[in-house]
Design a binder for this molecule. Sequence first.
Ligand code: PLP
Length: 433
Amino acid sequence: MAPTPPAPPGNLGDLGDLGGILPVTSDLDAAGRLRVGGCVLSELAEEHGSPAYVIDEAGLRAQARRFRDGLAERWPASRVVFASKAFPSTAMYALMGQEGIGADVAGPGELAMALAAGMDPGGLVVHGNAKTDAELRAAVDAGAGLVVIDNADDIDRLERIATAGQAVLLRVLPDVRPDTYEAVSTGQKGSKFGMAVEEAAGAIGRLRASDRLRLEGLHVHLGSQIFDPAPWEAAVARIAALGEFPVYDLGGGLGVRYTYAEHPPTVEAWLDALAGAARRHLPATSTLLIEPGRSMVARAGVTVYRVVTVKRGEPTFVAVDGGMGDNLEVSLYGQRFEAVMADRPTAAGKPVELVGRHCESGDKLVSAAPLADPRPGDVVAVAATGAYCFTMANNYNGALRPPVLFCRDGRATVVVRRETLQDLMRRDTWSAS
Ligand SMILES: Cc1ncc(COP(=O)(O)O)c(C=O)c1O
């Protein structure tokens, strides 16, 4: 399998492997400070505060086009649908829409944001294993292109709610277990998502007989952060046995390079595997959909933090002004990240424990991070935080959720502002009087 291509030569000097993890536009200014999208990270932290999510807009657009064009080359009748759970903000939906990409929405907020951002409702794919009447009604009223049936209750509900001809897909549980974290593995028997193959056959019969719902095809999603694309072969073969349909949605799941040690397949290798499986098992006339989330946005993001304290010893703890309030991936799955000093970037510093400010020992950002002499006040950047970190940001210890800065050609645009103390108390109805 083709390894992740190396960073474009020259833009990060001799920073070695860092170039394969940081956003693609990363480079150093004349003073050796790290830039993303032409913006100096430490200057962003100074101007906008920290922590802050910095997004490489050009890198993100390039990745969107890589998926879109790569899939179209391999399977012309195809559509890329961004799994918006990976980064649900109006700016992100708008950008995806501009790049000709649809959105997978799995909840009323995601649907509302996609519509508010001006996305074409026809390009929306509505997911969820527990969709309420209200959510289904909102999807139908919005004109959502596809609603994905997860269970028999979805069929009951949607038959009551849908006006004639709502297009649907059926999510099938192919009983394929990819090699990934248990919490994000969804294709195996026993998963709460979708219908087992035997049950799916009955649901297909029911949907085909419906005069309110139009069964367009089948959907599978095997999980997330998957490095070996082989399980898609088995999954596609399983769903192919259920009959011929005009549409097949093969979900997301391509793994991302978070650390120096990891080497996920390239987008192109993943697309080769999916299109190859489709060619072997699915009708040549069918339309193919994919739903990349993590692999679409992870690399475009870095989070900038400021060092608050350094406790020297064995080990040395470097505590920053964020942590599990803005990055839950570490405590949820044990995901490892890499970190770098924004103004003294090197992949070869003395290992320290980079920890957050929250009241749990598990609130670590990077264990044994090779940081070059971190001191209070320094800015540290954690790489590959573009996926699911903004999504799962929370108010633990009253943390104010960070802003999102889209950076491009040396200009930073605040597309989500930092939360304020007023925001934090806005929903409280208790009053002192
Ligand atoms: C239905 C569905 N599609 C796509 C995705 C995106 O997966 P990933 O972010 O790993 O590409 C998910 C998330 O797990 C999902 O639940």
